[in-house]
Design a protein around this ligand. Structure first.
Ligand SMILES: Cc1ncc(COP(=O)(O)O)c(C=O)c1O
Length: 372
């Protein structure tokens, strides 16, 4: 967020900036979604809806699983939420109690840790490096003192973009089932993959909580609309929580999101552009000394090891922005222990601009002395 402020300040001062720090698509919502929103404004009163979302959207989400992934989902298990962020809040409150231990990978998306801490849960971060594709393993779970109440896995992940291979996912789920640990599967980057397609936890059983969103693949971050797949026994709790916390997810966004399934061609074209940008970055970065990169299986990020130059990525990123005009996200956002040695670059933007950003980073890096 500080980087976003600094980017804004630079732009306001009329200085050039190439922003690789974003955590979102560079495109607007797809055309059919915007058309549906315009239509809804004219015809609908945009009042409160059911707490769990309007039936047509819950049905459309279930159809999305059937048509795109071949998974049969009962719309009754779909809860529409205010972004996946709202979904996490209900998932955590429904599944965990204050004092429960919940495990996640480090590096990882920081809001899990912060939200769980705010709810009084004990967060245990598993240090995950390149040897496990920055993802937790069954061996790490076996080494815990006692089985945790929950395990959160994001595949593809933020900030690394790495994925858990299907066999590993199956093994993690089996471990959780055997140990009474609730598996929370953050599937927000599903649909944005560059090789192996992503596997939904619900293709392997329905006792995990799946968290997903219209933010990333569907390019709708500001519409604040996401969803959960909720096991039967937690559905009533999620319904009550949703009704009390926010009454309902934003009605206009719900009505618009129903049309998202008419936009697969447009959305897949976005993913093809991300794939091209990723290939350009992966071709260019090693040549400028950034050669220790997490394998970006999906999402739109490259997590790069910059420990050759710094152990303070926050200051380093601030200097990169000040001196070269390129914004990146410092790794400390995602990893409070080792994140000083990493930065995250987003490749959701324009390919030529990203390539120019790499040239500017190269010129700047050439002036940076390596650490002794
Ligand atoms: C891994 C991950 N999960 C969840 C979110 C929250 O997204 P939203 O609330 O827009 O659905 C983000 C946002 O960047 C993310 O990267």
């Amino acid at each position: 967020m500080r980087v976003i402020d600094a980017v804004g300040a630079r732009r306001a001062a009329g200085l050039p900036v190439i922003d690789l720090s974003a955590g979102q698509p560079s495109t607007a919502a797809p055309v059919p979604v915007r058309a549906a929103a315009r239509g809804a404004l004219d015809t609908d009163k945009i009042g409160y809806t059911n707490a769990l979302g309007i039936p047509p959207l819950r049905e459309a989400i279930a159809r999305h699983y059937r048509d795109r992934l071949g998974i049969a989902i009962d719309p009754a298990n779909v809860a529409v939420t205010t972004g996946s962020s709202g979904g996490f809040l209900y998932a955590f409150l429904a599944a965990f109690d204050a004092g429960d231990t919940v495990v996640m990978a480090r590096p990882g998306y920081p809001a899990y840790r912060n939200m769980l801490s705010a709810l009084g849960c004990r967060v245990v971060e598993l240090p995950c490096g390149p040897e496990t594709r920055f993802q937790p393993t069954v061996a790490q779970l076996d080494a815990l003192d006692e089985p945790p109440a929950g395990l959160i896995v994001a595949s593809p992940a933020n900030p690394t973009g790495t994925m858990v291979p299907p066999d590993e996912l199956r093994a993690l789920l089996a471990w959780c089932t055997a140990h009474g640990t609730r598996f929370v599967s953050d599937e927000i980057y599903h649909g944005i993959t560059f090789g192996q397609p992503s596997t939904s936890a619900w293709s392997l059983g329905a006792d995990s909580i799946v968290v997903n969103s219209f933010s990333k693949y569907f390019s709708m971050t500001g519409w604040r609309i996401g969803w959960l797949l909720v096991p039967d026994e937690l559905m009533d709790a999620v319904d009550r929580l949703a009704g009390n916390f926010t009454i309902c997810p934003p009605a206009l966004s719900q009505l618009a999101a129903v049309a998202a399934s008419d936009a697969y061609d447009e959305l897949d074209a976005n993913v093809a552009r991300y794939a091209e940008n990723r290939a350009r970055l992966l071709a260019a970065l090693p040549g400028i000394g950034l050669d220790r990169l997490a394998p970006a299986d999906g999402a739109f990020y490259i997590y790069a090891d910059v420990s050759r130059w710094t152990s303070d990525s926050l200051t380093w990123a601030a200097r990169l922005l000040d001196e070269a005009g390129v914004a990146v996200a410092p790794g400390v956002d995602f990893d409070t222990v080792d994140g000083g040695k990493f930065i995250r670059m987003c490749f959701a933007g324009d390919g030529d601009e990203i390539e120019h950003g790499v040239e500017l980073i190269a010129e700047w890096l050439a002036r940076q002395p390596p650490l002794p």
